[in-house]
Design a protein around this ligand. Structure first.
Ligand SMILES: [Zn+2]
Length: 274
């Protein structure tokens, strides 16, 4: 990649602007003869290393720990230039993520399968009801006034209830087979736009409500990934060695989750639509 020599000479950001700019600010960055906006994300005090990611909306982001100086950011962008360009190319080839409108016939994921919304107006009914019509791909919602904004609320509540039940069941089954785990760890649901889950220092899991939309073999991967953090907080080699003992085929599960995830994590749809 010849143009990279040019890109290495570009001063992207000065120490002063780095320290006076708000978290999440964009800075211009030259790469391969083109200018890219790079977003600097400072994150939590726990962050220890610099990391680069390319979002599905085609944004380059650098996650920066407190100690990092502008030259460190420059350094990581230079050393990962090839990788960044490859990922930017990959993003350009992805099919577009279509934002949801909550109208009749629209496709929505549930447990890894696409279902089409069937909205039935029931002027008499007080409470809305949501169900999967057996042996069809229909996700049926009966309610008084199926306007998009009400449908969205009803559907989100239903997903949450289903997620609570499904995740509770899977955690119970998975945790029962782990010899070093005495019981199911405490957990809560949260709707998140970037992460599938996290594990706190006190050992409490936070799991994304939207996991109810992915196939069960991807859900199991996320649950066991977070459970592994109960023993290994960081993503070091020990973490992966332990995950491997719990789930030897975690890699293809993760690949499928990455593929399907961009259609599910709503932020992507919003970003793409901007
Ligand atoms: Zn993790």
């Amino acid at each position: 990649m010849d143009d990279l020599s040019q890109f290495r000479d570009v001063a992207m950001i000065s120490e002063d602007t780095l320290h006076t700019s708000p978290d999440g600010a964009f800075f211009p960055f030259m790469m391969n003869g083109r200018e890219f906006p790079v977003r600097i994300v400072r994150g939590t005090p726990r962050r220890r290393y610099l990391a680069v990611r390319v979002t599905d909306a085609g944004h380059v982001e650098v996650l920066v720990p407190r100690w990092a100086a502008a030259r460190d950011i420059q350094g990581v962008l230079c050393s990962k230039a090839d990788w960044i360009l490859r990922h930017l190319q990959r993003v350009q080839q992805l099919p577009p993520v279509v934002p949801k409108h909550y109208v009749d016939g629209e496709q929505h994921f549930f447990r890894g399968r696409l279902h089409s919304l069937q909205l039935i107006s029931c002027p008499e009914s007080r409470a809305a009801s949501v169900s999967i019509v057996p042996e069809t791909d229909r996700l049926q919602i009966r309610m008084k006034d199926p306007s998009p904004c009400r449908v969205r609320k009803v559907l989100e509540r239903w997903y949450r209830e289903e997620a609570y039940q499904l995740i509770g069941e899977r955690l119970k089954v998975l945790c029962a087979s782990i010899p070093w785990l005495k019981c199911v760890p405490p957990w809560k649901l949260r709707t998140m736009h970037r992460r599938w889950g996290s594990c706190s220092h006190t050992g409490k899991l936070t799991l994304n409500t939207q996991l109810v939309k992915v196939p069960e073999f991807c859900l199991d991967f996320v649950l066991l990934h977070e459970v592994t953090h109960l023993r290994e907080m960081n993503h070091g080699w020990r973490f992966y060695a332990l995950l491997e003992t719990l789930l030897p085929d975690w890699k293809p599960r993760k690949r499928e989750l990455d593929r399907i995830g961009r259609f599910i994590l709503e932020k992507n749809a919003k970003e793409n639509n901007r």
